[in-house]
Design a binder for this molecule. Structure first.
Ligand code: ADP
Ligand code: MG
Length: 323
């Protein structure tokens, strides 16, 4: 049973960044308005995530760590709906099977909080403790019991980079949540949660990018595109500046990236990777839901309808407001 869990865990949890992603998404689902992410050594020795969300009821704590335990109603379509980011109740059980996990949580109605420790899927502690409302996860010694997997981790700096990217994308897709990221005791990101996307961009990417943005606001009968694109001068040698979200969930999509880049190509006369932070509201019928959600790669049923619209919208925005 333990081995099965460890193998299953590998699908969801392949590196520290996937733990951060799952735990942050849980915090968002729990209605948090504040999430703090702290890591040490690229997350391999410590990940601490604190939220001020609903907390977990005492009786639900152990259950939440069982495989396929989820309090969220799941259909394939839920996966891309705004309401719930979790999808199959596998994250907590997977994390606990390959790490040392400590959870401190308190709901609004509870008199005290609970501290629960679980290591390699085995309970270590379950006790009452004073705690603020919300939930803290402390995850230590990732893959301590699966050395083969531990070997595949990259340097602490590289793993920290992956985590930073996850935190950035979640912060960009949730300007209404105050998000902080602390790496080896240094605060790297701290967003206010005031709901202003431009402020989040400023916080993460700095003045040069935040002061050179064009607002995008385009829609047709299937898609609504809102957010910011960088002026033509801003670009990078890879796609890491291309941030986009579907119904509030950040994803990767070849077709969207290509459409964005091709929209710029008309202006720049060369292929570049621009800065974007765009949310797409897309008709559910156009989304292919048969995709492994942890991979964040989404496919479309009518790619041929999506591509030209995005490309033209980018192009037109750059032409209409070049400065
Ligand atoms: P899923 O998110 O798919 O439901 P998870 O394994 O990620 O599955 O989480 C299991 C359950 O634990 C969730 O359904 C939720 O009820 C609870 N939970 C996890 N994290 C939190 C949190 N930060 N705040 C409140 N509840 C949480
Ligand atoms: Mg989840």
């Amino acid at each position: 049973q333990n081995t099965i869990n460890q193998i299953a865990a590998g699908e969801v949890i392949d590196r520290p960044a996937s733990i951060v992603k799952e735990l942050m998404e849980n915090a968002i689902d729990a209605g948090a308005t504040m999430i703090s992410v702290e890591i040490k050594d690229g997350g391999t020795s410590l990940i601490r995530i604190t939220d001020n969300g609903s907390g977990i009821e005492k009786d639900d704590i152990k259950v939440a760590f069982l495989r396929h335990a989820t309090s969220k109603i799941k259909t394939a379509l839920d996966l891309i709906s705004v309401s719930s980011l979790g999808f199959r109740g596998e994250a907590l059980s997977s994390i606990a099977s390959v790490c040392q996990v400590e959870l401190i949580t308190k709901t609004e109605d509870a008199i005290t909080g609970i501290r629960y420790k679980i290591e390699g899927g085995k309970e270590v502690t379950f006790e009452e403790i004073g705690a603020p409302e919300g939930t803290t996860f402390i995850v230590k010694n990732i893959f301590f019991n699966t050395p083969a997997r531990r070997k595949f981790l990259k340097t602490a700096q590289t793993e920290a980079g992956y985590i930073s990217e996850i935190v950035e994308k979640i912060a960009l897709s949730h300007p209404e949540i105050s998000i902080s990221f602390i790496n080896n005791n240094q605060t790297k990101i701290h967003t206010s949660g005031n709901g202003n996307l431009k402020d989040v961009i400023y916080n993460i990417y700095g003045r040069d990018i935040a002061n050179n943005l064009l607002e995008i606001n385009c829609s047709n009968e299937f898609i609504k595109m809102t957010g910011y694109i960088g002026k033509a001068i801003i670009s990078k040698g890879n796609r890491s500046f291309e941030n986009y979200f579907i119904n509030g969930r950040y994803i990767k999509s070849n077709i969207i990236s290509k459409a964005i880049e091709d929209g710029y190509k008309f202006i720049l006369m060369q292929h570049k990777y621009p800065f974007t932070a765009i949310n797409f509201e897309i008709d559910q019928d156009l989304l292919d839901v048969n995709v492994h959600p942890a991979k964040m790669e989404l496919r479309f049923r009518k790619g041929e309808a999506i591509y030209p619209f995005i490309m033209d919208s980018i192009h037109d925005t750059l032409v209409e407001k070049p400065n």
